[in-house]
Structure formats: structure tokens, C-alpha cells
Design a protein around this ligand. Structure first.
Ligand SMILES: [Cu+2]
Length: 384
């Protein structure tokens, strides 16, 4: 690879020197210009044809890519706001593509149609008010429309009414390189937490002195009831992460030292999405690919069984960033309640640990406490 790069650099350097000597030659003596350096009708024809061929090839390639990558697109959204988001995305892309096809198409067609001919001179005009008016007003109207539409969509997605629809409050806690979830418990209020309180089983730094905290439930799996709004509060222990829920069209930065939030309402359960035609096809394809690669001895991962939603990290946060994920299960309210009831409250976990500690550590004599007050006073006096 390095050798290849060196060869390219040397070749490019050679071409540069060659072009430079040509420029020096041209600037020194006009009579020495070779007539082959000026494009003739044949050159213009070749260039015109190449421009047309490139234009056609470009669009054929685009169509091929649409066809080839069509099965990579995400399935229909599994959240309530997702369809709004998808419509906005589709309209923006449609407008961009429409303009792109016209302008790029004209560029290539004009280069071909009006290629240089001997004796033919281009028409020159300094300005045209009508043309300028048209190409200013159309983008202004289209862009203003898109921006206003986007703003309305944004505020309808981001403005959360915390009193409507009995929303569930879940904290998503990020650290290199894992996620944890904390359910707010019976009071649906998350207890205070701070990174300084992280110790032993208290992996997300819950403030034990806060009465709201004792019924919180920390889990390694994210389960959501279908049809109920969920408010996610994000915290990070170390660096910037980004909570990415592609199937729910949601993403939010997770920033150390502050709480960010996002809310959505899941609309499709894990069971339901597994049964869609899109997902059965996709899973069959993935299994086939994995089997092929594991038969060839490239990978040992023919064990993929079924689709699951995942929460992924979408900020490159370190070496194992690619593997920072948490499974999400969307289920009926009933199934969800049964599962949640089976999870231990933080207060219980804490008590169990204390009991265990007392059992395993027989009473030790208390260590002598050193009285530092005097020393502290001395320092204060010296400063005074
Ligand atoms: Cu991360």
C-alpha cells in the first residue's frame, strides 16, 4: 500500500513538473505554440460526447444504486412521530432530486448541444432581470416552505406534554461501552443521581438520601409498553454518547454533566415487527449471508435467529463504540407490567447488599478516628 502511494505521489509530481514547463514555454514565446494545443472541431465533438455520456451514465448508476440498496432502507417507523419525520425526509429528498435532475441534466445537455465550433461565437449578455428574478424567487419560496414545514415538524416532535397520556419516565445511562436503564418506579419520578455516588452496585450513581430514588429500578434491558408515551432522560458517565433508536426515528446526544431528553410512543411491538414481510425477508437474507460466511470459515456467527430492536451509540466514543448497544423489547402493557414488577427496586438491592456485607464481615473494632480539627485551625491561623 505504501509503495503504491509513493508511486502515485511520484507520478503526480512528474505530471506537475511537465505541466509547469509547458506553461513556461507558452508564456515565453507565442510562435512556438503547437497548433495541436488549441482545440479543434474534433476535440470539441469528443468533449461534448463525453459530457453527454457521463450525464447518462451518472443517472443510470443512480438508478442502479436505488435498486441495489433498496432493501437496506429502514422499515416503516415503529413510533408515533416517526411517520411525520419520514414524510419530511421524503419531501426534502424529492425536492432536492427534482432540482438536481433538472440542473445536472441541463449542464450535460448544454455542454453537448452547444459545444464549440470553429467560427461560432457565444452570445454574450450582461444581465437579464427576468431570469434573475425567476431563479431567486423560486428557491426562496421552496426553501421558506421547507424550513417552516421542518420547524413545525420539529416542534411537534420535541415539545413534550408531560401530563398527557400518562407517560412513562425512563433514564438511559451511558458509559463506555454500555447502556443501563432506570425506571422511575411506582412514583414515576426518578430519584436524584450524580456520577460521584457511583460505588459498587450503585452503578448509575443514585442519591441514596433522595426518597424518590428507593423505588427506582435499574435494568440492563430496555422494555417499553406499546402505545404509551415514554420520556427518556439521558445521562452520561464519561464522554459524549448518542442514543440512537433507528426504528423509532429518534436520536439524542448524551452529554456528561447534563440531562437531555427525548420522548416517543412506540407503536409496533417486537412480536409484530418480526412478523412483517419486510422483517421476515430481511432476517432470511441475513441468515443466508451469515451461513455463507461461516461455511467459508470467515465468521462464526450462524446463530442469528430473529430480529430485535436495539438502542445503539451513534457517537464515536472509544474503542468498543461499535458494540455499545442495548436490546429493546416493545410489548403489551400487560407483559410490560409483569416484567417490571419482577425487577428489584433500588432500595431492596441496597438492603440486600448491606445484609450481605454484615454477614460476611464480622464486627471489627472501630478504627481510631484522628482528630484533624486542631491541624485545620492552625492552618487557618497561619493564613490569617
Ligand atoms: Cu458511546
Amino acid at each position: 500500500m505504501t509503495v503504491f502511494l509513493i508511486i502515485i505521489v511520484v507520478a503526480l509530481f512528474g505530471i506537475t513538473v511537465w505541466q509547469l514547463t509547458k506553461i513556461f514555454q507558452l508564456s515565453r514565446d507565442n510562435s512556438s505554440i503547437d497548433s495541436t494545443q488549441i482545440s479543434n472541431n474534433k476535440d470539441n465533438r469528443t468533449q461534448g460526447n463525453l459530457m453527454l455520456a457521463f450525464g447518462i451514465g451518472f443517472y443510470l448508476f443512480m438508478l442502479y444504486c436505488f435498486w441495489f440498496y433498496s432493501d437496506r432502507a429502514l422499515p416503516a417507523s415503529s413510533s408515533e412521530h416517526g411517520s411525520e419525520y419520514d414524510t419530511l425526509m421524503f419531501i426534502s429528498l424529492a425536492v432536492i432530486m427534482f432540482v438536481q435532475i433538472i440542473t445536472q441534466g441541463l449542464l450535460h445537455w448544454f455542454s453537448y448541444r452547444y459545444k464549440g465550433r470553429k467560427g461560432q461565437k457565444a452570445l454574450f449578455f450582461a444581465d437579464n432581470d427576468k431570469l434573475e428574478f425567476i431563479w431567486t424567487i423560486i428557491p426562496v419560496i421552496v426553501l421558506a416552505g421547507l424550513i417552516i414545514y421542518g420547524l413545525f415538524t420539529w416542534s411537534s416532535i420535541m415539545n413534550i406534554d408531560e401530563d398527557e397520556g400518562n407517560p412513562l419516565v425512563i433514564e438511559i445511562y451511558a458509559k463506555q461501552f454500555a447502556w443501563e436503564a432506570r425506571y422511575a418506579g411506582a412514583d414515576n419520578t426518578l430519584g436524584k443521581a450524580n456520577v460521584r455516588f457511583i460505588e459498587g452496585i450503585n452503578t448509575v450513581g443514585i442519591d441514596v438520601s433522595d426518597s424518590y430514588a428507593m423505588d427506582d429500578k435499574v435494568t440492563a434491558e430496555l422494555r417499553l409498553p406499546v402505545g404509551r408515551p415514554v420520556i427518556f432522560k439521558f445521562r452520561s458517565q464519561d464522554v459524549l454518547h448518542s442514543a440512537y433508536f433507528p426504528h423509532f426515528r429518534a436520536q439524542m446526544n448524551v452529554v456528561p454533566g447534563m440531562t437531555t431528553q427525548f420522548a416517543f410512543t412506540p407503536t409496533v411491538t417486537t412480536k409484530e415487527i418480526r412478523e412483517t414481510e419486510y422483517m421476515t425477508d430481511k432476517v432470511a437474507k441475513i441468515k443466508e449471508l451469515r451461513k455463507k460466511r461461516s461455511d467459508a470459515g470467515e465468521l462464526d456467527m450462524a446463530d442469528y435467529e430473529e430480529f430485535d430492536y436495539y438502542l445503539l451509540c451513534n457517537k464515536i466514543c472509544g474503542t468498543a463504540h461499535y458494540n455499545m448497544q442495548m436490546r429493546i423489547i416493545v410489548e403489551t402493557e400487560e407483559e410490560f407490567n409483569t416484567w417490571l414488577a419482577g425487577q428489584r427496586e433500588f432500595g431492596e438491592v441496597l438492603e440486600a447488599q448491606r445484609a450481605q456485607e454484615q454477614q460476611s464481615q464480622p464486627q471489627q473494632p472501630a478504627a481510631p478516628v484522628q482528630n484533624n480539627d486542631e491541624a485545620g485551625d492552625n492552618v487557618a491561623q497561619v493564613q490569617n
